[in-house]
Design a protein around this ligand. Structure first.
Ligand code: ZN
Length: 419
């Protein structure tokens, strides 16, 4: 079931989680980790499928609804694009990574050139040169997809010139499978494609309706030929030519993203606490049935019990050191360790996403109250609070923290088909 090369899971023997007599845990080897290559979220749009989509868009542009909508809009010069994703709930500091950019080398196979002249893209033996940017969900992508954690939103104002829904999300095979998607025509004549939307999530708006920047189009899914939940974002100019919105040494086109998006964007997406080792699920299937990751995430730990601390990264490179600490309510350190991807002897020196977990035992006499799991990485500090105490106290603590977190949430404007 696990595809070679797509994911490597290495469960290391837990080496040094024993507690010293003073209650200080030793810096640990990870209890386990996952490394995701670009293959973990890739896709294929067959030439036939591409022709069908382009025909449908061209046909839609001639319908009275679209003609009328376009007649009411003013032509502009190059439209600038804004971030096309929006978390629909608190999904942590980060929720995505980028697995693949546009392949600018028309030759194939394995002739790859992204907009920076690097190789973060792919092609296939049958001549597909990846024509978009793939934004995947991380961590726990299948759970995030099923829970509709991340909305896909319009990158610029425009008119809907195509929409499809109803295609399933868990094929994980390449080929000619149709996807769920929305296509928007912008005021400079360009068209943006938003592909692999989750089945049943596509906006209830119709071809010919207008949308504003940031407006809900669907949620990130894995419909069509796709190996994991991601948005395939594709941009076409007024002539129907694929263009890469990212300007770089190997792409003369002007930058279209506002603000520009970094090629490398290293970050810790999430920090969390778990009662047991979280699960990794390949292709959204468990024993052949649709399913998603059991995380065993908790926000409290009972003294005397074992627990896992979990960190997910995006754009993780060997040699960049993260520093983690676990601190007691009085601010004193319970544990402190450095983490370097290179120490696990990975096959590659760069991964679009990784995740790691370390096992600890909470001493029976641990002070009750709010503890902190903190990380410093790439110039940023990340923090997650968890409660240590009895189950009863923990419940009260959970209520308190939930209240504290609600203030920061923003819900996207959501319109979807009710069929
Ligand atoms: Zn793609």
């Amino acid at each position: 079931m696990r595809k070679a090369g797509a994911t490597i899971r290495v469960g290391l023997v837990l080496a040094a989680c024993a507690l010293l007599s003073n209650g200080m845990a030793m810096a640990d080897e990870p209890a386990g980790h996952w490394l995701l290559s670009g293959d973990a979220a890739r896709d294929e749009i067959s030439p036939q499928q591409r022709l069908r989509i382009q025909y449908d868009i061209a046909t839609a542009k001639e319908t009275p609804a679209v003609r009328q909508a376009l007649a009411g809009r003013k032509a502009t010069t190059a439209v600038m694009l804004q971030w096309p994703l929006h978390p629909s709930r608190d999904v942590g500091a980060g929720y995505h990574g980028i697995s693949n950019y546009v392949d600018h080398d028309p030759a194939f196979p394995t002739r790859i050139r992204d907009y920076t002249c690097g190789t973060r893209s792919y092609d296939t033996a049958d001549g597909y040169n990846h024509a978009g940017t793939d934004y995947f969900l991380w961590p726990f992508p299948w759970r995030a997809m099923d829970e509709e954690a991340v909305a896909v939103v319009a990158a610029a104002p425009g008119v809907i010139v195509g929409r499809t829904d109803g295609h399933p999300d868990r094929s994980c095979t390449m080929g000619d499978r149709p996807w769920n998607a929305v296509y928007l025509r912008h005021d400079d004549g360009s068209v943006t494609w938003y592909g692999h939307l989750k089945r049943g999530s596509v906006t209830s708006k119709s071809v010919g309706d207008t949308v504003e920047t940031g407006e809900y189009l669907g949620t990130v899914g894995s419909s069509g030929s796709s190996t994991g939940p991601h948005l395939h974002f594709e941009l076409h100019d007024a002539a129907g030519r694929v263009i890469d919105p990212r300007h770089g040494a190997c792409n003369d086109e002007p930058e279209r993203w506002s603000p520009p998006q970094a090629y490398y964007d290293p970050a810790i997406n999430t920090l969390s606490i778990h009662a047991a080792e979280p699960q990794f699920v390949q292709c959204g299937l468990i024993d052949g049935m649709p399913g998603h990751e059991e995380t065993f995430a908790v926000d409290s730990v009972v003294p005397g019990s074992t627990f896992q601390v979990f960190a997910s990264y995006r754009d993780h490179r060997a040699g960049e050191i993260a520093t983690f600490t676990l601190t007691r309510p009085d601010g004193s350190e319970f544990a402190h360790w450095n983490h370097n991807l290179a120490d696990s002897n990975p096959q590659r020196t760069f991964y679009p996403a990784t995740a790691w977990y370390w096992a600890y035992t909470m001493p029976a006499d641990a002070p009750h109250g709010d503890w902190h799991f903190k990380a410093d990485f790439y110039g940023h500090t990340y923090s997650r609070t968890f409660y240590v105490g009895s189950a009863e106290e923990a419940r009260d603590g959970a209520v308190r923290r939930e209240r504290a977190e609600v203030g920061g949430l923003r819900a996207p404007v959501r319109q979807r088909a009710t069929d």
